[in-house]
Design a protein around this ligand. Structure first.
Ligand code: SAM
Length: 252
């Protein structure tokens, strides 16, 4: 396997998974913004700028592009980019259904096909945030965001790798199964390749690239329960951080 085989594998994964994301995408297009696998409301996380009018926005790994739809409806000139043509097919169909056109691009967030300093605001929810090499996509995002612009992203907490059972059988367990410090490339076999870092390494990377950290959040579900969402139960995520949000600024 080559160093970059994750891109081809993740593209195949997401083309195959696209049918399962049609119904959630349809619901999200008509919902109020909420975030992550536990649908934490926007009022708790403030993932979107207060005023999107006149902003040019970029969603990195947009999937069915419901985040871009939320931003376009609030006045942004939105662009979404995604590796999977099949995910973008759903996004395009929903654009037509809701008569909400915005730019959709098929491409890889590790090599963005955009000129420098084009966007006021970039965002990723479980897109580039987890599926791309951090040192690549964060440099690319920095390049295309204007000085004075911002990047917000949400993905798995570094705790997710640590508490993923060695057997591969999710959901997360209340045991330390993997090294916290050594995490980087998390290969889930047929479930693709994700990336994550210890918190201190995220900080170092942001500093090297030039991003300024504005905030770090650990979204928490409203209440515990045995119900499972993707890789974790509400019980687990109520006790430990399953997700992280980074809010970054490109200094002027
Ligand atoms: C979980 S979806 C994110 C969209 C949406 N927020 C959601 O949670 O359903 C992950 C998306 O990331 C995309 N993706 C994975 N690797 C990518 C890459 N290198 N460049 C662009 N998009 C990528 C996949 O094609 C997929 O549509």
């Amino acid at each position: 396997m080559t160093e970059v085989d994750h891109v081809a594998r993740n593209q195949e994964l997401w083309n195959n998974q696209a049918p399962e994301y049609v119904a959630p995408g349809e619901r999200a297009w008509v919902s109020e913004p909420s975030w992550g696998i536990f649908a934490v409301p926007e009022r708790e996380l403030s993932m979107l700028p207060n005023d999107l009018r006149s902003l040019r926005t970029l969603e990195l790994g947009c999937g069915t592009a419901y985040v871009s739809a939320w931003m376009a409806r609030r006045g942004a000139t939105a662009t979404g980019i995604d590796l999977s043509p099949r995910q973008l097919e759903t996004a395009r169909r929903l654009q037509q259904l809701h008569q909400l056109p915005f730019e959709l691009v098929n491409g890889n967030c590790e090599e963005l096909p955009f000129a420098d300093e084009q966007f006021d605001f970039a965002i990723s929810e479980y897109g580039a945030a987890i599926w791309c090499r951090p040192e690549r996509w964060l440099r690319e995002a920095f390049r295309v965001v204007k000085p004075g612009g911002a990047l917000h992203f949400l993905g798995c907490s570094p705790w997710v790798h640590v508490c993923s059972p060695v057997s591969g059988e999710l959901p997360l367990v209340e045991r330390l199964e993997h090294s916290y410090f050594d995490q980087y490339r998390n290969d889930w076999g047929p479930q693709g390749v994700e990336f994550n870092l210890p918190v201190s390494a995220w900080f170092r990377l942001f500093r090297e690239i030039g991003w300024q950290v504005v905030d770090y959040l650990e979204p928490r579900p409203a209440a515990p329960s045995a119900e499972r969402r993707h890789y974790a139960t509400f019980d687990w995520a109520y006790r430990y951080p399953a997700e992280q949000v980074w809010k970054l600024a490109r200094p002027r």
